[in-house]
Design a protein around this ligand. Structure first.
Ligand SMILES: NC(=O)c1ccc[n+]([C@@H]2O[C@H](COP(=O)([O-])OP(=O)(O)OC[C@H]3O[C@@H](n4cnc5c(N)ncnc54)[C@H](O)[C@@H]3O)[C@@H](O)[C@H]2O)c1
Length: 347
């Protein structure tokens, strides 16, 4: 039985908002559904949150200080469900305490240096680190990739995406582009952000709107528009091939449709009730992370894949700060959006 601990239990709400989804509850449902995991401890700085969580899942030990939990509980696996500015140090502390696997919420970290540090610490210690880009387990996304790999749209030319911001929501889609494009690293990035209105999500400032283009090492382009510019793309994901096109989350709310080669019309694909958010994606993500730990294989949501996405995202912001093309690997440490906002006079 794996001994599992949770950091940042949150508070269960009927509906999440930018001030708290209580993602720990979703993680817990996944662990509870597996026969080989037992949540033995949880930690939250808010006592009522930890108590309510422990009561819901019959968790025997509660801590207000997660470091105390790490030193006392001999945990095999930890889920980190706090906001992004805490992720890097918490991952590092888990790794140093001897935890074997860490499943951390997205986005990876609040700075590029923080993302690299957490990644390298786990690599060095042989600790399995995964990030909750759970949509990789969703049928619309998986089928889209399958159609692409089967040659239904010819050779991949460009991946397009749209959402509210590239850092918080967009991390799912920049990561998904890696899923579609065989985890290929990017070569260069160009981007521009507008920060005219304040937008803070899970404690992190993000752009009001953005337009971003990048080129992968295999020649495929990534193109993303966010916020007020998102309508320029008009689909959550679009895979453009030499001979056809696939849309995941199209403008009219269809989860998946394809214009196959030799056809000029859209064909709607049955995704058997699965949409952009689920159901069941987090359960599958955690089941995969647990199985990977038991078998020693690379998990689908490995940090090695997530860090590709994180680099592109910070490079998009960096391109806007530099007013120019950013060649990768990214040679900064901070999160450029902070300085961009500081230096932008708002109306
Ligand atoms: N994967 C997804 O689709 C998805 C969806 C929503 C949110 N998220 C991510 O999940 C993360 C958590 O968001 P949420 O809305 O669930 O958070 P939340 O606000 O519901 O819960 C966070 C909890 O962390 C606790 N906390 C704060 N500092 C702590 C510390 N030092 N030690 C222990 N606990 C501490 C808070 O008291 C709170 O209870 C964010 O990074 C967010 O981006 C992911």
């Amino acid at each position: 039985m794996l001994r599992v601990g949770i950091i940042g239990t949150g508070k269960k709400k009927a509906r999440g908002d930018a001030m708290g989804y209580g993602m720990a509850y979703k993680h817990a449902e996944a662990y509870v559904s597996l026969g080989n995991c037992r949540i033995v401890a949880c930690a939250d700085i808010v006592k009522e949150n930890a108590e309510a969580f422990a009561g819901t899942y019959d968790v025997p030990s509660i801590y207000l200080d997660y470091k105390e939990m790490l030193s006392k509980e001999n945990l095999d696996m930890v889920s980190i469900c706090t906001w992004p500015h805490l992720h890097s140090q918490m991952v590092i502390n888990c790794a140093k305490a001897g935890v074997r696997a860490i499943h951390c919420e997205k986005p990876m970290a609040d700075t590029w240096a923080g993302a690299k540090r957490m990644y390298e610490e786990c690599l060095k210690r042989g600790v399995q680190l995964t990030f909750n880009h759970q949509r990789r387990f969703g049928r619309p996304f998986r089928l889209a990739r399958e159609f692409l790999k089967n040659g239904e749209i010819g050779e991949l030319v460009r991946l397009e995406g749209s959402c509210v911001d590239i850092y918080d929501y967009g991390t799912h889609y920049v990561d998904m582009f890696g899923f579609y494009n065989d985890e290929t690293p990017a070569e260069w990035v160009m981007g521009q952000v507008d920060v005219s209105e304040e937008k803070i999500i899970f404690g992190m400032p993000v752009e009001t709107s953005g337009v971003y283009l990048w080129k992968y090492e295999n020649g495929v382009f990534g193109f993303m528009c966010t916020g007020n510019a998102a309508e320029a793309i008009g689909a959550h994901n679009r895979l453009i091939g030499t001979e056809g096109m696939i849309e995941v989350g199209s403008k009219d709310g269809v989860p998946l449709r394809i214009k196959r080669k030799d056809s000029s019309r859209w064909e709607i694909i049955d995704t058997q009730g699965e949409g952009l958010h689920g159901p069941g994606y987090i359960n599958r993500a955690i089941a995969d992370a647990v199985d990977a730990l038991m078998t020693g294989r690379e998990p689908e949501l490995s940090a090695k894949k997530a860090i590709n996405a994180m680099e592109i995202i910070f490079a998009c912001y960096e391109s806007s700060r530099r007013r120019g093309m950013v060649k990768l690997p990214l040679d900064i440490d901070d999160n450029p959006i902070i300085e961009i906002i500081k230096n932008t006079r708002r109306p």
